[in-house]
Design a protein. Structure first.
Ligand SMILES: *Cc1c(COP(=O)(O)O)cnc(C)c1O
Length: 815
């Protein structure tokens, strides 16, 4: 089987990135030249790389639009149950290459661009990331959109088109300084919504982005709302001063979609954020209801809401869009005049809620006072939901006042607040965590009272990642190598990677896998020397010769301490900035050391984002997933690394547990406390000093930092960091230190045996199939949304030019 193919042979044989084909290439070249000429009004003499990028983007888009219209026509004709994924974040990254891959155009485009004498990588690098997310939660939404389209679900992503997405991170002298960034988009049509306080009306303008499935002619829609002040906005009083005021006021309305809050896993409680949450909810529900009412007989043809949950499923990505629950109740009761009980039954059967964290500082608890001024009717509805809920609970547990207090939607201590997670649980028919261990934890801890009452409501849906972006796109060498030995079907059915186990002892295959990883070894050095908040990468220049040495050992401990730190960064920027400074300070010492510096580099990757992750992950040998057990809900970075042939050193937390289950615990470097151990330590009381005193190496690390070794000019610089570690470290970092070091020693040993290492890599790749977001979405589809994934291919548009016929235009109007 695995006799290595020449590159020439591979190109011919492998079509997972599309068939090259003479006609395909000719057509793309033609389209490219046409767009350069007619759309961009440039010729080859004056065109910039930017123009070439846009010419290619327009060419690829031509292949998308016919399929997009066809798909929406098809949904209109067939009227399947629609799935709505509501999220305050969609962390999409770049779209050009992803579109080429999913349409099967990548190889043909590569060839066309090559024949035109241009460099595809240069063009791809022109594109800015769409950074409308902070991290895992937003990236999950993006992977889910890809899988929903690939599985042929009539699905929509709904969110906000922030003018400013996540900031571009800049590091100067080791300190973080922030810059901003602008995303892009197309298309209009608006919905009105009211906020009580100022009685301002804000319009929501939709911007649609096509979401192509993988090679199935399906193109779904992500609809992001932008806030617009109405034209007649406040223009009532006509003296000049008022006029200026009124025009300035437009900005207040339009501020709603101005900026993404950069808080990952942290609830800030800002009024503007609440407005954003209601803004997306109000606009989206109006759109959903309008689409529900529209049948082939026309707009408004469906008048009964009895069948609503059979036609509409709404998934809440965390509690951020939780106001959708009282908003749907408001629409049903106040506007559609349904009685309360019917409305509540329909609402519950429509919504499902995904919890993403158990960290208390992340849970949304909006002050009643704020809701009172901004959304008084919704507050009334929430009170009424709470009243019926508490009435039922009282009849069940008449004695247990404490339980009633815990289960109330309204928290009383420290000012009244609405617990949004509780609202989501009551208003949904399904509640899920994002990895098995996390789902177990929410049932036994934060939501215990609720799961005791309705155990069947609680489910698990282990997260996943799309293998299109996170393998085909980012690691073509590995993707094609795998296709060469097990065929191409694995791209749509990642569980087929299991077949690689047949080759785990095949010398040629081991050599090929090792070679593919090596290709990226050179790429590593193309990335400028930088790192992210969450990722410290240390590269060993010549790892096979540089294992021993006291300074190296100490360094590894420093890495551990530093690697553990960023988890604490959420609440304030101060600690985050200090930790980044510490990493770069260690880097300055290490990288400039005459002995160590030539063997080892500490690199802080600046401005970590999707497009950078696509470069770093395939180049990584060891993935550190070292959260204290019980604190990371799932993680998805861990899955990307596993699929791309990195081995994992990690704790039994989040999805690591299932990765170990799939690959066998002996094929990961598992260390540290289990959830039970952490609970036991909590009971006993964690004292960092105990570990500091007990462990000489840990003492050495901490003393180096405190002594000012990494910052002689200002020895106390890192006092806040060390104080945190010694005095109020909620993550008990020192407790796992010893075991981490031991696990690293095992890593070192195996790394000296390249063949054994690669065998373990193959076993990990073979076991990573479970972590496809296709699997996750199939599970949501069947067990939460009540829809079936289909293999059905929507017929391709016959010719792009014919695609916009009368029916298509009509269907598009109804979209
Ligand atoms: C996958 C991904 C994340 C989430 O990674 P975790 O390790 O699970 O936190 C965050 N940011 C980017 C850019 C990603 O691609």
């Amino acid at each position: 089987m695995a006799t290595p193919l020449t590159d020439q042979e591979k190109r011919k044989q492998i079509s997972i990135r599309g068939i090259v084909g003479v006609e395909n290439v000719a057509e793309i070249k033609k389209g490219f030249n046409r767009h350069l000429h007619f759309t961009l009004v440039k010729d080859r003499n004056i065109a910039t790389p930017r123009d070439y990028y846009f010419a290619l983007a327009h060419t690829v888009r031509d292949h998308l639009v016919g399929r997009w219209i066809r798909t929406q026509q098809y949904y209109y004709e067939v009227d399947p149950k629609r799935v709505y994924y509501l999220s305050l974040e969609f962390y999409m990254g770049r779209t050009l290459q992803n579109t080429m891959i999913n349409l099967g155009l990548q190889n043909a485009c590569d060839e066309a661009i090559y024949q035109l004498g241009l460099d595809m990588e240069d063009l791809e690098e022109m594109e800015e990331d769409a950074g409308l997310g902070n991290g895992g939660l937003g990236r999950l939404a993006a992977c889910f959109l890809d899988s929903m389209a690939t599985l042929g679900l009539a699905a929509y992503g709904y969110g906000i088109r922030y003018e400013y997405g996540i900031f571009n991170q800049k590091i100067r002298d080791g300190w973080q300084v922030n810059n901003t960034t602008r995303p892009l988009g197309l298309a209009p049509k608006t919905f009105r919504q009211k906020f009580k306080k100022t009685s301002t009306v804000v319009l929501a303008m939709p911007y649609d982005t096509p979401i192509p499935g993988f090679m199935n002619n399906t193109v779904n829609t992500m609809r992001l709302w932008s806030a617009k002040a109405p034209n007649d906005f406040n223009l009532r009083d006509f003296n000049v001063g008022d006029y200026i005021e009124a025009v300035l006021d437009r900005n207040l309305a339009e501020n709603i979609s101005r900026v993404l809050y950069p808080n990952d896993n942290f609830f800030e409680g800002k009024e503007l954020r609440l407005k954003q949450e209601y803004f997306v909810v109000a606009a989206t529900l109006q759109d959903i209801i309008r689409r529900f009412k529209t049948t082939k007989k026309g707009a408004g043809a469906r008048t009964s809401f009895q069948g609503f949950p059979e036609k509409v499923a709404i998934q809440l990505n965390d509690t951020h869009p939780a106001m959708a629950i009282p908003e749907l109740m408001r629409i049903f009761v106040d506007i559609e005049k349904l009685d309360w009980d019917t409305a509540w039954d329909l609402t519950k059967r429509t919504f499902a809620y995904t919890n993403h964290t158990v960290l208390p500082e992340a849970l949304e608890r909006w002050p009643v006072e704020l809701l009172e001024t901004l959304l008084p009717r919704h507050l009334q509805i929430i009170y009424r939901i709470n009243q019926s809920h508490l009435d039922v609970r009282t009849s069940l547990f008449p004695e247990d006042m404490d339980r009633l207090r815990r289960m109330s939607l309204i928290e009383e201590d420290g000012g009244k607040r609405v617990n949004m997670a509780h609202l989501c649980i009551l208003g949904s028919h399904a509640v899920n965590g994002v990895a098995q261990i996390h789902s177990d934890i929410i049932k036994t801890s934060v939501f215990r009272d609720f799961s005791e009452l309705e155990p069947d409501k609680f489910q698990n849906k282990t997260n996943g990642i799309t293998p299109r972006r996170w393998l085909l796109l980012c690691n073509p060498g590995l993707a094609e190598l795998i296709a060469a030995v097990i065929g191409e079907d694995y791209v749509k059915d990642l569980s087929q990677l299991k077949k690689l186990m047949l080759l785990v002892d095949n010398e040629a295959f081991i050599r090929d896998v090792s070679k593919v990883k090596q290709q990226f070894f050179t790429l590593k050095y193309k990335i400028n020397l930088k790192i992210s908040l969450r990722q410290l990468i240390y590269y060993e220049v010549n790892p096979r010769r540089a294992r021993a040495g006291q300074s190296k050992t100490i360094l590894r401990f420093i890495f551990y301490v530093i690697l553990c730190l960023p988890l604490q960064a959420a609440p304030g920027y101060h600690m985050a900035k200090m930790i980044i400074k510490l990493i770069t300070a260690v880097g300055d010492v290490v990288n400039n050391d005459p002995v160590v510096g030539s063997k080892l580099k500490v690199i802080y990757l600046e401005n970590y984002r999707v497009s950078l992750a696509e470069k770093v992950i395939p180049a990584t040998d060891l993935s550190e997933q070292i959260s204290t057990a019980g604190t990371e809900a799932s993680g998805t970075g861990n899955m990307k690394f596993m699929l791309n042939g990195a081995l994992t050193i990690g704790t039994m937390d989040g999805a690591n547990v299932e990765m170990a289950e799939e690959a066998g615990e002996e094929n990961l470097f598992i260390f540290g406390m289990r959830v039970e151990d952490v609970a036991a330590l909590d009971l006993k009381g964690y004292d960092a000093m105990v570990y500091y005193k007990r462990n000489p190496e840990l003492r050495c690390v901490m003393d180096l930092i405190t002594s000012g070794y990494f910052n002689p000019k200002n020895p106390d610089l890192f006092k806040d960091v060390t104080d945190m570690l010694f005095k109020y470290d909620r993550f008990k970092v020192f407790a796992d230190f010893d075991d981490y070091v031991k696990a690293q020693e095992k890593v070192s040993k195996l790394y000296q045996k390249p063949k054994e290492w690669t065998k373990m890599v193959i076993k990990n790749i073979a076991a990573s199939g479970k972590f496809s977001s296709d699997r996750t979405i199939s599970d949501y589809a069947r067990e939460v949304w009540g829809v079936e994934p289909t293999d059905l291919k929507i017929p391709p548009p016959s010719e792009p030019r014919e695609a916009i016929d009368e029916t298509a235009a009509r269907a598009l109007n109804k979209m």
